[in-house]
Ligand binder design. Structure first.
Ligand SMILES: NC(=O)c1ccc[n+]([C@@H]2O[C@H](COP(=O)([O-])OP(=O)(O)OC[C@H]3O[C@@H](n4cnc5c(N)ncnc54)[C@H](OP(=O)(O)O)[C@@H]3O)[C@@H](O)[C@H]2O)c1
Length: 351
């Protein structure tokens, strides 16, 4: 476990190193909000300054979060971009185009150093296709996130950090995989936990392919954040039994012992931009100093990380031992890119 004092020290060093440009898809609530607050807090103690883009549907929540963060750090720049529905790839594209346009006004300085994708939160929903043909849950927690990364690549690749991408979901919880039904169209395959398993496999496999294409220039992380209390747990889209158990049974009995406090969670998420999670070293390039996390391929500092809430690797070796990883990497990449191609052309994805 990375100790919380170490996390805070990593964050202090990070913000003193250079000004940061950060983007938060899902920044209007929960873990996106906590991470933005951790950034504002770290920056207030000797940071070099930052610009933050906050993406989400709830404009009132965005306003309150920005006011809170300005109260912590008056020098940061905060820009809210209202989303209608991030489960739609066309909507992700529109928002990314807006971010690029706004950021390019900064001239030479335009870039993204830290991209967090944490949109979503509704779990246990039955399969329901978006008008673009993707299951709503999978669209929010996998496809829209990978699309945002791809669309923002021109700015991510300009980061000298180099850029960190953090997807907050359920890393390490890979279970069963249907290689010929990645979309889980066969309803006998579909359940929320099965969709979660596919999304987690697809995160690792897609991220590893992307890392190979931009070796040394990008760090891609997916993380299980632990149980982090927040507005997501009272989301009316969650089944009533779940909300009741969470509020009246789980929290009163297990409370603090079993949950990660929001401020610690935010600080931990920010620390994923530290040299503890480096890009893969290119031959002849500088190697990261100090302690380095183990990547998804089992080697230290491989540039793609699957992490537990405490910042340590939770690479699910057993799950990957059962599949042909190279073959599945290709399959997941082609599947995902095909979905984007069909939707971009105005079609409905049916594979
Ligand atoms: N918190 C936990 O304990 C926990 C544990 C394990 C995994 N996770 C996963 O981690 C991720 C983040 O969790 P969280 O607790 O931060 O969730 P959250 O509090 O529910 O926040 C989710 C964010 O996504 C946005 N969002 C949701 N649906 C959207 C849509 N259709 N279009 C646009 N924006 C949308 C929400 O804002 P708007 O309503 O303003 O759009 C909010 O900013 C989720 O995928 C969750 O499943 C969380």
């Amino acid at each position: 476990m990375v100790k919380i004092d170490t996390v805070r020290a990593l964050n202090a060093a990070l913000v003193r190193k250079q000004p940061l440009v950060a983007v938060f898809f899902g920044g209007t609530g929960g873990i996106g909000h906590y991470t933005l607050r951790a950034l504002a807090t770290a920056e207030a103690n000797g940071g070099k300054g930052f610009r933050a883009y906050i993406v989400g549907r709830n404009a009132k929540a965005a306003e309150e979060i920005i006011a809170e963060c300005r109260g912590i750090n008056a020098t940061g720049q905060f820009k809210y971009i209202k989303a209608e529905d991030l489960s739609l790839i066309h909507e992700v594209d529109r928002i990314c185009a807006d971010i690029i346009q706004m950021e390019e006004k900064e001239g030479q300085d335009a870039r993204i150093d830290y991209l967090m994708v944490s949109q979503g939160g509704s779990i246990f929903l039955p399969r329901k296709d978006t008008k673009e043909g993707i299951d709503f849950t999978m669209a929010l927690m996998y496809y829209s996130r990978m699309r945002a990364i791809l669309k923002l690549l021109p700015l991510l690749l300009k980061s000298t950090l180099p850029a960190r991408v953090i997807s907050v979901y359920a890393a390490g919880i890979e279970a069963k995989l249907y290689p010929d039904d990645l979309s889980l169209r066969d309803l006998s395959h579909y359940s929320y936990s099965q969709a979660r398993s596919h999304m987690v496999y697809m995160h690792t496999l897609f991220m590893e392919t992307l890392e190979e294409q931009y070796r040394g220039k990008l760090v891609l992380v997916h993380i299980f954040p632990g149980l982090v209390p927040g507005p997501g747990f009272s989301n009316p889209e969650l089944p009533k039994w779940f909300r009741v158990v969470w509020r009246w049974v789980f929290i009163p009995i297990f409370g603090r012992l079993a949950t990660v406090p929001p401020n610690d969670c935010g600080a931990r998420m920010l620390s994923l931009a530290s040299p503890r999670y480096p890009p893969r070293a290119i031959d002849g390039g500088a190697k990261s100093e100090g302690e380095v996390a183990t990547g998804t391929d089992g080697t230290p500092g491989s540039g793609v990380y699957s992490l537990f809430w405490d910042g340590e690797s939770n690479r699910n070796q057993k799950a990957y031992a059962k599949i042909n990883k190279d073959e599945m990497k290709k399959k997941v990449w082609e599947h995902t890119m095909k979905a984007f191609e069909v939707i971009e052309a105005g079609g409905v994805f049916t594979e």
